[in-house]
Design a protein around this ligand. Sequence first.
Ligand code: KE4
Length: 445
Amino acid sequence: MSATMQSGRAAVSSNRDTSASQQLFARAQMLIPGGVNSPVRAFKAVGGQPLFIARADGSKVFDIDGNSYIDYVGSWGPMIMGHNHPAIREAVVKAAERGLSYGAPTAAEVRLAELICSMNPNVDMVRLVNSGTEAVMGALRLARAFTGRQKIIKFAGCYHGHTDSMLVKAGSGAMTMAEPDSLGVPIAVAQDTLVCRFNNLDKVSELLAQNDVACVIVEPVAANMGVVLPTVDFLAGLRTLCDQYGALLVFDEVITGFRLAPGGAQQYFNVSADLVTYGKIIGGGMPVGAYGGRKEIMQLVSPSGGVYQAGTLSGNPIATAAGIAQLELLQDGAVYLQLKSLAGRLAEGLSTVCREAGLVAHVTNIESLLCAFFSIESAQDYDDVRQADTSLYAKYFSMMLEQSVYLAPSQFEAMFISAAHTDDDIDQTLERAELVVSRIMKEGK
Ligand code: KE4
């Protein structure tokens, strides 16, 4: 427990010891690119050095220097029931005692598939993979096979994992074809992806009319440019346009799946997708992804059909045990009310703190997802959120870390609330945010 947490009242700043993290980071950087196994973890967007986490429990994470933090990263979404949940831990330990991997079918895979299909509308069949990226890769290949078409439409600011065709950005000028957004992505691949503005149906309609599009892939709630909500007719509009032009609608629910509701965004917004990708929550903290949809589409996937996709550890017995345990805790839907009220109180409170301090901020919130954008007053799409003051966010992030609150080390991520967060966590977070924001205003942004 850090000094700040022990005091109960947040000191304006504490001189946390982070020497062990610093030493380990120096070593890590010699052996691992950037010292991390996923770029956002390196704190590049906020400055400073990443914390090395030793353990996590409930709503807290503990770094290797012994500091504890109220955690709003939640491993980027999987930990909806909180860290180290006893039922999930037990399930993993029990499964581990039976061996770690067989490379053969298991009852647990069938059970997890059953849960995913029964909890989500329009998902008759599902294929388990090891990550959200793999789920998206499979869904895009399947959409192309099912329609016999090649082009894909995505939205600026939406992230769908690191498969080549998704690492693209809007073409410059009138060019509708996308350009690579990463070194190593072939131009030819990028050119089969068309990029539109989130919440804007006109361009989607135009591109669907002009191109043979296999699918439109969208995060139903964009949670990789901060949290940006769909306008009331956006998702239904995509459904109508896809039906009109014979393209498949792919909901990338790696974040929204089982997060907005047991049935994810399809249930929440009452809009049907043709294919849905999942990740994060369905693994309970272990590596599991999945893609699913109507039987007539899914049966095209090998070995029942000609769309090849495979994976050594797909459906892994330990990972599926964790996923089953977490989905069984979510299945009756009881926890979502608690998640919504905690997140709503935090969002309201952060808005009030900023408003009363005279700091321009825009807090977005849907169910247990939220995001505080600084220096903007609306967030409809990527062009809006790019105006946010990222250096101010970096300052806020670092000062909140000093106050033992662990936020996403980037303005363009979400805050995740779990069932382990308490009213006291929210009170403490708001109290510390008030301290930090008033200090920012005093020192000048
Ligand atoms: P993974 O391959 O990281 O399991 O999933 C890729 C992915 C696909 N679709 C959506 C909507 C996603 O949000 C993600 C991954 N999300 C990020 C967090 N914004 C993962 C964190 C990271 O990259 O380290």
